[in-house]
Design a protein around this ligand. Sequence first.
Ligand SMILES: Nc1nc2c(ncn2[C@@H]2O[C@H](COP(=O)(O)OP(=O)(O)O)[C@@H](O)[C@H]2O)c(=O)[nH]1
Ligand SMILES: [Mg+2]
Length: 634
Amino acid sequence: MSVHLEQEVADFSERRLRLATAISDYANWLDRQHGIDVERTLRLTDTAASLRQDKLVVAFVAEFSRGKTELINALFFADHGQRLLPSDAGRTTMCPTELHYNADEMPALALLPIETRARGETLARLKHMPIEWVRIPLDPADPRQLADSLKKLTETRPMPAVEAIELGLWSGEDDTMRHQLRADGTVDVPAWRYAMVNYPHPLLQAGLTILDTPGLNALGAEPELTLSVIPNAHAVMYLLATDTGVTRSDLEIWQKHVHRHANYHVAVLNKIDMQWDDLKSEAEIQASIERQVEETARVLKLPRSRVFAVSAQKALAAKIRGDVALRLRSGIDALEYLLAHQVIPSRRDMLHHAVAREIGNMLDESQSSLAARIQRSSEELIQLTQLSGKNRDLIAQTRAALQQEKDAYDATAEQFRVTRKSLQGQGDHLLGNLSQATLDGILADARSAMEGSWTTRGLTHGIRQLSEQMNDRLQQASQLADNMLDALEQAYIRFHRQHNLPRMQVPRLDLTAYRNRLQTLVQETEAFCRDPANLMLEKRFMIRRFFASLAEEAKKAFDLARTDAERWLRIALDPVMTRIREHKQYLDGRLGNLQRILENMGTLHGRMAQIKDDIGALRQDKAELTKIAAALAG
Ligand SMILES: Nc1nc2c(ncn2[C@@H]2O[C@H](COP(=O)(O)OP(=O)(O)O)[C@@H](O)[C@H]2O)c(=O)[nH]1
Ligand SMILES: [Mg+2]
């Protein structure tokens, strides 16, 4: 592992944790402010927790045998002095493999048996069902044991062809597969459906997750990988090999899984060592590799700078042997540089933006609320200073004026209570559109529309209907939220103009992302239905599985929209309630003070000293908040 990569990932992880700490500090700060903003404190605690657990996911995607696993070994695991994952000749990893580190569990290889494909649960759900997995403990101190255990990733097992057809793993109609059928009626299928490696490697510890996939065009590829796992990866490395060039199957994988989806993707032209030829000059070799790189860029419609020529195998050997010249020739440095200086920093920026979006408003508001409190206390202090040494009449007049202000304020607050009631009604209506019951109804409708029509046409129809119904609900919810926001803004302006409360800003509830997500799922379905490969399979099985994955994704989007809406409703109403209460307490406090001073003129100076202390404490709070804001911005 190169110094760049190690340092960048460590730095990324440190900044992520610093950000999380600043958020926790802010939550504590808010708590100390009379613990008024419980909702916000909870939300901040959530944000900090998810930052601490954040993973940077890099997926390796390609047809079989392009060298994905070898490249992962070379990039991340060369320190072991041997191949960690099985990628030597004749051994191919057969199942999608996720490498990560979770400190709460012992290092282990967890394998999900292929038979689980017959079941209804999604992979995401099965991940939370430890009983379904075969676990093999890993000993990080023993490279032999490690490599031996990881050989399990290459296992296949014989299965009666009928069963394999049912699981969508084999097809008698496919020319390339037909000859695999043995006399006893069995065929070989991958033994495992999915694997997870929990391993304390420094990069994995720092929050990197690596996803190694087998050939995605293979029969029986998991719809979930296409619909959810790969699109959610932060970066995708797509591999080609110089000896095979861009085959039709390579191109299909590129178009289906990488080009349209991935956040950040590059193409890696692997196995350049196969072009190394002692009978050619170095310049000739370079020129021929460059030609192939340019051709690849052209076919994939990628800029030349996004295509990397490497030899994973030579890189691994060079690193293990400490052969610098060979490492340089292998081209691996450029790829590490890319990970260290582009992929990781872009994820870091994304996190910062997400955090800024999530709490920027909140922080602004804390700052302006604090400034307002300091200002009010100062005003009170100035007024008392002016009253000091004056007669009782003047104080009584001041008190009467203040009482008038308070009455007017109470009237506005009362008026707002009516607005609030109506807003709460609208809020309930809004949530009704996104409720669990609504969701269940939509899903049940879609399922019954599908029943009896497990064909590609039925599927397209079913998914369209599902998406339309969800879309309607999302749109209605957005509309209601906009109306509420208008009413709220009117109320804020009133408080601001008439009573000099600081201006408040509530963000708009934006559900566009979820509507777009549904749109993508419809497009995915149409692509799936057009794909001739899917027509060859035992249809009902694949369509059922595809539908189940789609419904799961749609449900996820809908659930997230509901969470957003619930959160929005709370943050839209809470701060104004808090402000109104605070301002009332402040006016009451001032009135009470003047009353006491009227009763006993001697308390005036004591009260002034008290306010000075209060202002001192508020200034202290302000300094802390400024420090937190700086940490969050940095
Ligand atoms: N010559 C050469 N062979 C490679 C290179 N990378 C991988 N291989 C070989 O290609 C085969 C497939 O590699 P593997 O990593 O298992 O491919 P995967 O199916 O994409 O994960 C193995 O026999 C590797 O040893 C390379 O850079 N050069
Ligand atoms: Mg592999």
